[in-house]
Write a protein of this length. Structure first.
Length: 430
């Protein structure tokens, strides 16, 4: 009973905070796609080739500062790091609405990537300090649900804001919540279970014992260099690079793909249609993470879903622009299938590597994902502009997902951690 109460307290207190924080990060990186579809290019004299590069610059900054952010979070404080980042990324997002030229926009997009770089690895490190192996896939999923759920409501709200006020006002308004939330984060969050008053001494001890037992079943790794050279980490870096090509090519350019899809849609209609894949993704992510924790099998809920996503992209290309609604339905399936595996995927690393290097390894893998996101968002935008249709980009994103399927399949199983019973019974009822 105590373990059940312990788990319920942690889920109810921590996960809303984690979800809101990542949601705000995602809002301020993804709304650029709506400005691209709504006239920022014409207003600033941006060509199609430059537009795709500007959309991708965020990920270049994101790539370079993943590992430094993770090291600070692991060795110092997730709480302090995220507090500063919230204020900075909210400010950068609002400043995007005030740009008057291309160099200014390019600088802000790059800086936004830098200040958001630490968010994902820091939050994964934070979750690994609060949730056990039997809970981690679901906990990771509730974090990453901030991605599709945010794009779901942002797609609708941004469409209305742009129609009523304009793209500049959209950026300014949507950057403010992150700055306000920074102070709520500072008051609500503590780095470790031992630092909070809402868990009893027995609950803290039981949780820490379980986390320590899980570490005993993992082979020791001396340092980051040894971890980064391991076969599985290298394969997961390559896998996440290929996967992210599909995800961010989709996220950044879906509104433009729909706008140019031959159905003569306005921005409000584009906003509503853009939100549907993320509603489907939210449902798929919850189901996949629950099943992954239930069966304690991670890979089984990664590669089959990515295969479905790849097939859906190829299907959308095969159907062609003359069958808009069939093509759109396949894009909805692709979006849901690409998002569903996130929780199980990010549960693999802390179950494969010890605590002293797991955070850095997650940052390295996520940084390679950022590089894939940069390449995917740039090249998909380039293909759309060069060909005048989404067909070539559908093929490109499908092939990238097929590559990620193969790379997932050749990752070797990680060693089984030690006994996982102390907390897990309550966790399964959380």
């Amino acid at each position: 009973m105590k373990s059940s109460t312990n788990a319920a307290k942690r889920w109810l207190y921590i996960m809303p905070i984690v979800f809101i924080t990542y949601s705000l990060a995602y809002l301020d990186r993804a709304n650029f796609s709506f400005a691209s579809a709504a006239g920022i290019n014409d207003d600033l004299g941006i060509t199609k080739g430059v537009s795709s590069l500007l959309g991708a610059l965020f990920f270049l900054g994101y790539f370079f500062f993943q590992i430094p952010g993770a090291i600070y979070a692991e060795r110092r404080s997730v709480r302090k790091l995220i507090f500063v980042c919230l204020i900075l990324w909210g400010g950068c997002a609002s400043l995007t609405g005030m740009v008057t030229n291309i160099p200014m926009l390019a600088a802000i997009r790059f800086i936004l990537g830098v200040v958001e770089a630490a968010v994902m690895p820091a939050m994964l490190i934070y979750i690994s300090s609060w949730f056990t192996k039997s809970e981690r896939s679901r906990a990771n999923t509730f974090l990453i649900l901030g991605n599709p759920v945010t794009v779901l409501w942002m797609s609708v709200v941004s469409g209305y804001l742009i129609q009523a006020l304009g793209w500049r006002e959209m950026f300014i308004i949507e950057g403010v919540p992150a700055i306000i939330w920074a102070f709520a984060w500072w008051m609500l969050v503590r780095d470790k279970p031992t630092q909070v008053g809402w868990l009893s001494a027995d609950e803290k001890s039981a949780l820490q014992t379980q986390l320590d037992q899980e570490q005993q079943g993992i082979k020791a790794v001396r340092n980051y260099g040894e971890a980064f050279r391991s076969r599985n980490v290298i394969l997961l870096c390559m896998q996440y690079f290929a996967w992210s090509i599909g995800v961010y090519g989709f996220v950044l350019w879906l509104p433009s793909i729909l706008r140019n899809g031959g159905a003569n849609l306005g921005m409000v209609e584009v906003g509503w249609l853009s939100s549907v894949p993320y509603l489907a993704a939210t449902i798929a992510m919850i189901l996949a993470s629950w099943a992954s924790d239930k069966l304690q099998n991670r890979k089984l809920f990664v590669w089959p879903l990515l295969l479905i996503g790849g097939l859906a992209f190829i299907g959308s290309w095969a159907v062609g622009a003359n069958h808009f609604w069939v093509s759109y339905t396949l894009l909805v399936i692709a979006g849901a299938a690409m998002y569903a595996p996130y929780g199980p995927f990010f549960a693999i690393i802390p179950e494969m590597l010890p605590r002293n290097v797991a955070g850095g390894a997650m940052a390295l893998i996520n940084s390679m994902g950022a590089l894939g996101s940069f390449f995917g968002s740039w090249f998909v935008g380039y293909l759309n502009g060069a060909t005048g249709s989404p067909s070539a980009s559908d093929i490109f994103m499908g092939v990238a997902l097929f590559a990620s399927v193969w790379l997932t399949l050749i990752v070797k199983p990680s060693p089984k951690p030690a006994n996982d019973k102390t907390i897990s019974t309550g966790a399964r009822h959380a």
